[in-house]
Design a binder for this molecule. Structure first.
Ligand code: TTP
Ligand code: MG
Length: 352
């Protein structure tokens, strides 16, 4: 295991709500959510920590949130403001390293292994990042410091909000051993249930299981878990974002009059899409066709890649076209991509 890397994971506390509280001192100390109004079908994007004490959570219907907390203040999301706050956070990160991997607007990994600032102390860098973001952006973040991404991320979540958790190598085994497997990255509810019914709830429960047996029982996820329960995660901090989709679209100088014209147009977009798909072919999760009609209304039909690209795109085109049934000004075809698989090799012959 590489003990020499220094990774910091930073995650803003109740991000959207913190930005809103910063900009409206009247919200201070009150339960606040950012999201849709409770009279419609809105949902909560995030809740500040006061609102969370009432049980209010992200993705909850706003009407339910209001029942849990009748004094709740609702604020409409303002993405422009959150993007600016995110950029200001990144300006702070960049003082400490160029190796920054954003995970979302409010979350990033930093590899500070080669940074000589603050005597090379990742802990002091994390402290400085926290206070500089507070001073300059006006919000609180939590940070985790350890030797890899997995551990740094778990650590940043440990003492939220306004947390700073440092996980040095000698504490890793005890710390990870206690963690619930259902909280591990990539373990969804189904996998968690399978593990539980096999008798594995916490990371330490899996330690006696050999690598070979882990892989045999749980495939690629087993391989990953075998390493994670030992606190091993060799994934590098990746500066360039992974592509989430590839697509090609065209706006036509004259509207395409009918479905037959659209079918031809889609077919002519495919060679370019295939060439862009290139190295991502093994990550394709679904295919989509976007249609913008002459009245500028727009619709997208999407589904798994069946048989081949031609057949799938024609099927989704027909589906999308049927929703408008009028001349078409733009057509797009694209592929959604899943995450890059972890670099761990499935080698059944390895000992362990
Ligand atoms: P998170 O970092 O998951 O949540 P948070 O920052 O609000 O709270 P904390 O990290 O302290 O637990 O998400 C960041 C932002 O993304 C969040 O402020 C709002 C948005 N978001 C949604 O819009 N919908 C969601 O379901 C989630 C989870 C987040
Ligand atoms: Mg956050």
């Amino acid at each position: 295991m590489d003990l020499n890397r220094k990774i910091i994971h930073v995650d803003a506390d109740s991000f959207y709500a913190s930005v809103e509280e910063r900009d409206d001192p009247g919200l201070s100390g009150k339960p606040v959510v950012v999201g849709g109004r409770p009279d419609g079908r809105g949902v909560i994007a995030t809740a500040n920590y006061v609102a969370r004490s009432f049980g209010v959570r992200s993705a909850m219907p706003s009407s339910q949130a209001l029942r849990l907390c009748p004094s709740l203040t609702f604020v409409k999301p303002d993405m422009k403001k959150y993007r600016e706050a995110s950029q200001a956070m990144h300006a702070v990160f960049k003082r400490y390293t160029d190796l920054i991997e954003p995970l979302s607007l409010d979350e990033a990994y930093l590899d500070v292994s080669d940074s000589e600032l603050l005597a090379g102390s990742a802990t002091r860098m994390a402290q400085a990042i926290k206070s500089e973001i507070h001073r300059e952006v006006g919000i609180r973040v939590s940070a985790g410091v350890s030797i890899n991404k997995f551990l740094a991320k778990v650590a940043s979540d440990w003492e939220k909000p306004d947390g700073l958790t440092v996980l040095p190598p000698d504490l890793i085994d005890d710390f990870v051993g206690q963690l619930a497997l259902r909280k591990f990255p990539g373990v969804g509810p189904k996998m968690a249930e399978r593990l539980r019914s096999d008798g594995y709830t916490r990371a330490q429960d899996l330690l006696p299981v050999s690598r070979r047996a882990c892989v045999k029982a749980y495939g690629a996820m087993g391989e990953r878990l075998y390493h994670l329960v030992r606190g091993v995660d060799e994934r590098p901090v990746q500066v360039t974002r992974q592509r989430k989709s590839v697509s090609v679209e065209r706006t036509y100088s004259e509207d395409l009059p009918d479905l037959a014209a659209c079918q031809k147009a889609v077919q002519s977009l495919l060679p370019e899409l295939e060439s862009r798909m290139g190295e991502h072919a093994d990550r394709v999760r679904s295919v989509f066709v976007k249609v913008k009609f002459s009245d500028f209304s727009q619709t997208t039909a999407e589904g798994p890649l069946e048989v081949d690209l031609t057949q799938s795109t024609q099927q989704f085109l027909a589906e999308a076209y049927a929703r408008g049934q009028r001349p078409v000004r733009l057509i797009g075809v694209g592929l959604r991509l899943g995450p890059i698989e972890w670099g761990l090799q499935l080698d059944l012959d390895l000992p362990g």
